[in-house]
Design a protein around this ligand. Structure first.
Ligand code: SF4
Length: 153
């Protein structure tokens, strides 16, 4: 049986992004994996109760809270979405996630620095942190080849 993969919903071209911009991850491997029925998709921010469109938000690493550009604390919604992503992984015995880099939920190696000045720093979004802590390997569009090496082994 094929390994299932948790995937950021926006990678599949669904309208879930904060700015309502559709940005599918166009890659032949995604087409193949979709045909193999490997994906379970989630947008943790929408699952956590946030709407489309919604205000831009960034993770403040010093306090591990998520604050919108107007100063609203949306940590609760982000944490709820992360927990739902983890529950989905546990229910389906998922060991791998393919999540959108740099998002305050899904980023796995980079996030925006919390100053809303378009600067990125090393770090993980809220969902990636929780999945990683639970032993789930999180990959992004930037290291897809590493995921390929581990699948179905
Ligand atoms: Fe995509 Fe994740 Fe942002 Fe949702 S939270 S729009 S799945 S990057």
């Amino acid at each position: 049986m094929f390994d299932k993969i948790l995937i950021s919903h926006c990678f599949l071209g669904d309208n879930v992004r904060y700015n309502s911009e559709v940005m599918a991850f166009d890659h032949p491997l995604l087409v193949l994996w979709q045909q193999q029925d490997r994906f379970l998709a989630i947008c943790p921010e929408v699952a956590g109760g946030l709407r489309v469109p919604r205000e831009a938000a960034e993770l403040q690493l010093s306090s591990n809270s998520v604050i919108t550009v107007s100063g609203l604390n949306v940590s609760e919604q982000f944490i709820s979405g992360a927990k739902q992503a983890l529950t989905l992984c546990q229910k389906h015995h998922i060991r791998f996630a393919l999540l959108k880099e740099s998002s305050p939920s899904c980023g796995s190696t980079l996030i925006y620095d919390g100053s809303f000045s378009n600067k990125k720093i090393a770090g993980q979004g809220v969902t990636s942190q929780l999945l990683t802590q639970a032993g789930i390997r999180v990959f992004s569009e930037n290291n897809l080849e590493e995921l390929v090496k581990l699948l179905d082994k």
